[in-house]
Design a protein around this ligand. Sequence first.
Ligand code: XBP
Ligand code: MG
Length: 261
Amino acid sequence: MSRLHAVIFDVDGTLAETERDGHRVAFNHAFERLGLPDRWEEPLYGELLWVTGGTERLRFYFERYRPLLAAERDRLVAELHRVKNEAFRQLIEGSGIAPRPGILRLFDELHRAGITTAVATTGSRAWVEPLLEKLLGRDRFSRITLVITGEDVARKKPDPEAYRVTLSKLAIRPEQALAMEDSQNGLEAAKGAALSCVITPSSYCRNHDFSQADFVVEELGDPGLRSRVLYNPHGIEVGEVIDTVTLHRLHHRSTAPARRP
Ligand code: XBP
Ligand code: MG
């Protein structure tokens, strides 16, 4: 039985609710800055979120809703995404994007327990690192061992490459780690890398298919803020909050060899 060496965190939707009032607002700012009439309202953005990666999402949008000549589209996508990421960086600085309940507590607990923390996201490094520092604070951010972003992979989630690259760079096997995700794409990527996966559904992803998850809970919770367990296929015992004890129990159960019939 392998020990739990590392917990690998997704960013958008997992560490914080960054999509509806963050990235979506930044994309609309970019459309406006470039004098374009397009705006991504909340329902449409929820559909577009199935395409991971900002440039891929823009390209899908134009192909589906506003066909352009390929050269013009690609030039526009690149410029829009540059402006969007700059707008998102500024939004991070000024906004009230806060970590989801239990994130700061769990990072501190993992550090005290000597468990490595890493990040695997399809987002752009240009904003990922400022966001991590803003959300977690300088000390917790400095304790993250590895940050894998969209630039470090050829194929974004739901492809498992981001998790495979993370495991490889940490020099650990999948059974020595857990993934923390918020979406079906993220779950598929984690399971594709043979990782056990905890889901805290983000607001856009509550109706996603999490049947392959090892544990689904509304929030990680904090003292006095008990979280509702939504799916517990390994039947682990759960306290008031999701803590390192819970993660150790889940890791033990989810990596145990299948019981012989
Ligand atoms: C979420 C994404 C990202 C963001 C936008 O990534 O799919 O594309 O929506 O960021 P994750 P970029 O859940 O893996 O953190 O525009 O930088 O891609
Ligand atoms: Mg996510």
